[in-house]
Design a protein around this ligand. Structure first.
Ligand code: NAD
Ligand code: MN
Length: 358
């Protein structure tokens, strides 16, 4: 029997709503496939916790999480708490403390879905964005000065270390070696950002030397964003800094059906610390409480978790169930053009999991 422990952080808004369906799917996998158990502890660390305690998680929160094999996150953020507080005190510390320096975000058009891009079909969307997840533009260096005067200013430093840049690029190239198109596209802005991006480009060139079978493309971020729309079929592995990767992947989600379908894995490749799995979307205050959020991004993040655990057959079970539901087209949430609730869509995925295993 395989045993794994999971720290579950449902979070805010639609986070707990989609997490409930994710946990249901996890239970279905345990029950239908035997031989595997996931012990789950649910943490109530979110914006309500913050309003009560003045912090997003307990003092020793990271110490508590460290002992788990895996972390599952719903989404964080509420109108009553500034976003820089909720994100900076919960998500970013987890990504950093556990050296989850790889943020994997697939851009794949699932069977049963159509892309909003008129002339593109399934073969055109099957790439993955590797986002640097611990440094870059999301650094805590800088400050605000001269507040209340006409000379007020804000300075934000971007931090690109050689160590951090090399390791994300090496991960991207190693991933490309395992895929069919054998290409890495790196996002840059060396014509506009003076220090960090030329440095990034140089390291791209260095690392690319070590992977002779892989083709390298270096595109400016603005052009690259446009290419996501005009020629998505040319991409295989796209590697980007923290901010560029963040922006590119909301765009990536949009071209394959929307944020409700976009998962992500925050990986510590050395497996020294727990990795974290979450949808890329936020807490969606505009639809929270209505029970209509799409749970697929959360459920897909569980499939990514299975891949991380080297259980590709369980990942396939989950993905097949999702695709079967989409192909049936009967039980869909409003973002997919249907009228089903979050729970109904979750139940339908679970039903398909049992169906394929009986
Ligand atoms: P968002 O992702 O929450 O929502 C953007 C739009 O997509 C909204 O219209 C929303 O209704 C829709 N959407 C998102 N997920 C959906 C789903 N599963 N099903 C159907 N529709 C869905 O982004 P936002 O509005 O910019 O941010 C809201 C809050 O979430 C903020 O507090 C922000 O800081 C936070 N946030 C958190 C995370 C995270 O926890 N990792 C990520 C992004 C934003
Ligand atoms: Mn984002």
């Amino acid at each position: 029997m395989l045993h794994y422990s999971i720290a579950v952080i449902p979070g805010d808004g639609i986070g707990p709503e989609v997490m409930e369906e994710g946990l249901k799917v996890l239970g279905a996998i345990e029950e239908s496939h035997g031989g595997i158990r996931f012990a789950r502890d649910v943490m109530d660390w979110n914006c309500s916790y913050y309003l009560q305690h003045g912090k997003m998680m307990p003092e020793n929160g990271l110490g508590i999480l460290k002992d788990y094999d895996l972390i599952l996150l719903g989404a964080i953020g509420a109108p009553e708490v500034p976003d820089h507080v909720s994100v900076w005190e919960l998500i970013l510390p987890i990504r950093r403390a556990f050296q989850q320096y790889v943020n994997l975000r697939p851009v794949k058009l699932l069977k049963g879905l159509e892309s909003p891009l008129r002339y593109k079909g399934h073969a055109d969307f099957d790439f993955v964005v590797v986002r640097e997840n611990t440094e870059g533009e999301y650094s805590n260096m800088g400050g605000r000065m001269h507040q209340g005067t006409p000379y007020e200013m804000a300075v934000q430093n971007n931090v690109f270390t050689r160590y951090g840049t090399e390791r994300i690029l090496k991960y991207a190239y190693a991933l490309a070696e395992k895929r069919s198109k054998k290409s890495v596209t790196a996002a840059t802005k060396s014509n506009g950002i003076n220090h960090s991006m030329p440095f990034w480009d140089e390291i791209v060139k260095e690392v690319s030397q070590e992977y002779s079978g892989i083709q390298t493309n270096l595109y400016h971020i603005d052009a690259l964003a446009a290419y996501f729309i005009t020629r998505p079929e040319t991409f295989d592995v796209v590697v980007a800094s923290n901010l560029f990767g963040d922006i590119l992947t909301d765009l990536g989600a949009a071209i394959v059906g929307g944020l409700g379908l976009a998962p992500s894995a925050n990986i510590n490749p050395e497996r020294k610390y727990p990795s974290m799995f979450e949808p890329i979307h936020g807490s969606a205050p505009d639809i929270a409480g209505k029970g209509i959020a799409n749970p697929i991004a959360q459920v897909w993040s569980l499939a990514m978790m299975m891949d991380h655990l080297d259980l590709p057959e369980l990942s396939t079970v989950i993905m097949n169930a999702i695709e079967n539901v989409l192909q049936d087209g009967k039980v869909l949430t409003p973002d997919l053009g249907g009228t089903a609730t979050t729970k109904e869509l979750g139940d339908e995925i679970v039903r398909h999991i049992y169906q394929t295993t009986r």
